[in-house]
Design a protein around this ligand. Structure first.
Ligand SMILES: [Zn+2]
Length: 469
């Protein structure tokens, strides 16, 4: 059997890996968008595949995040004719995320078309997009869902099983059992792992008796430093900003996973009577749709969340929570100066409605911005975290008068120690090799160093290199 990475090799985004059996059967694991390869645009980064699309027999999707799923409609558009296998929550998230991805592409193209020109931007051509809504609809038609822990035969000699990975609802590790020449090889992909005891989602489970592991490395070498619970951390910020200063607490958060974890914590605090008379606004259409999916698939939640749901009838709804439905409501919120909490996307403040909220609160010393997760270098979220007294938004230098802080507590990835603990569940003498993917070079090096010290045979996966296993 051969293993080849076509994405998320020595970088974080664009997850795309291939397993090829001796008899030629090919499985593609994930098909995500690459945001890092430095070409002209997102479309140029992702338009072409470095393998023969028609030779792929089946695609298996670990979870819905766009850096794992976002290029599937392009794969279909270019002629892939097979199925896409995933869990049921992943299917539901994808139907919203992939449509949103089309809208993001359209608005980026419009922005680029009108750059530096006074005249009306030219209309967006379907051929300028990576894919259209029609391709997304066809992608959704090809998706077939499977539960966790059920071994499924893909073809003679190859079975797979979805194993809970935590991370976001329905996220799976993928375990392959391949029998070639009368000998079984067990090959496991972690997908993106979650952290232990996270809000809402289950803990990541190890895959049984594996020979090879392809492991995500996002936080390799980086420790999560928060020691308090998510609720205590949030409450401190609510107390200082909303209660003591009567100001507004702005929380940039990803629509799928992060927003739901934050709203769940706020609901718990409200139930405990820790805050009152402070409205909470969720200003992200995608987050609102994703929140419904968490409630729909309650069987996939962790015990704590299921118990909370049984007792309270809802995970997220409480009288102080308001969903901001449209741009008019979002603009009205900007002009309302009552103390409140605003949770809005995107998490790295690289677009979406959050940019308006940041822009309108940066110069207000009563307001605060709480960055609730990883922000890639160069993004506005990253700029906000720097000690520099100014940030540049829309070409203007804006002074930072509001308080800006950050927390990793809502990160949906494990920190370095939790990653090490995860791999330690497999004995170094029984694991033939650990392939590291999905990490910046620094993280990959640190993770490789730490695992090698513990006796594991570790390789930082190179893009398009063929590994015979
Ligand atoms: Zn993910």
């Amino acid at each position: 059997m051969k293993f080849i990475s076509y994405g998320a090799a020595q970088q974080v985004t664009g997850s795309m890996h291939l397993l090829e059996l001796e008899n030629g059967f090919k499985v593609l694991v994930d098909c995500g968008l690459d945001y890092e390869t430095k070409k002209k645009s997102l479309t140029d980064n992702n338009r072409f595949f470095d393998f023969d699309i028609h030779s792929i027999d089946v695609v298996i999707l670990s979870h819905a995040h766009i850096d794992h799923s976002g290029n599937l409609p392009n794969l279909i558009k270019q002629g892939y004719e097979g199925q896409i296998l995933c869990t049921a929550p992943t299917y539901d998230f994808c139907s919203h995320l992939l449509m949103d991805s089309v809208n993001v592409q359209i608005s980026e193209l419009n922005k680029n078309n009108s750059k530096g020109k006074r005249r009306k931007p030219k209309a967006t051509n379907a051929s300028d997009l990576l894919y259209t809504q029609k391709d997304v609809m066809e992608t959704m038609r090809r998706m077939v869902t499977f539960d966790f822990h059920k071994e499924v035969e893909l073809a003679e000699g190859i079975n797979f099983t979805f194993v809970p990975a935590g991370h976001i609802l329905g996220a799976a590790s993928i375990l392959f059992s391949v029998v070639e020449n009368g000998k079984e090889t067990r090959f496991g992909f972690t997908g993106d792992l979650g952290r232990r005891d996270a809000n809402l989602v289950v803990n990541p489970e190890p895959m049984e008796r594996i020979d090879y592991l392809v492991c995500e490395s996002t936080y390799g070498g980086k420790l999560h430093l928060d020691t308090e619970s998510p609720e205590e951390i949030l409450m401190k910020h609510i107390q200082t900003t909303c209660i003591d200063k009567r100001g507004r607490l702005i929380i940039p958060a990803f629509s799928v996973g992060r927003t739901q974890a934050i709203i769940y914590s706020l609901h718990k605090l409200y139930k405990e009577g820790r805050f009152n008379n402070i409205n909470v606004y969720v200003d992200s259409p995608l987050a609102i749709e994703s929140t419904g999916i968490y409630s729909k698939y309650h069987a996939y939640l962790n015990d704590d969340a299921r118990e909370f749901l049984r007792t309270n009838g809802s995970l997220f709804d409480f009288p102080l929570l308001f969903e901001v439905e449209n741009m008019r409501e979002s603009e009205a919120l900007i002009n309302n100066y009552d103390p409140c909490i605003i949770v809005s996307a995107a998490g790295m403040v690289e677009g979406g409605r959050i940019v308006e909220h940041v822009y309108n609160n940066l110069q207000n010393p009563q307001s605060a911005i709480l960055i609730a997760g990883y922000c890639a270098e160069g993004t506005l979220g990253w700029q906000l975290k720097q000690p520099d007294p100014y940030v540049t938004i829309r070409g203007k230098q804006i002074p930072k008068y509001c308080e800006i802080s950050s927390t990793d507590i809502f990160s949906s990835h494990p920190g370095h120690q939790m990653l090490m603990d995860y791999v330690h569940q497999y004995k170094p003498e029984s694991l033939k090799k650990v392939f590291l993917v999905h990490g910046e070079q620094k993280s990959l090096d640190a993770f490789q160093g730490a695992l090698s010290k513990d006796g594991y045979n570790v390789e930082i996966t190179e893009k398009e290199k063929i590994y015979k296993v």
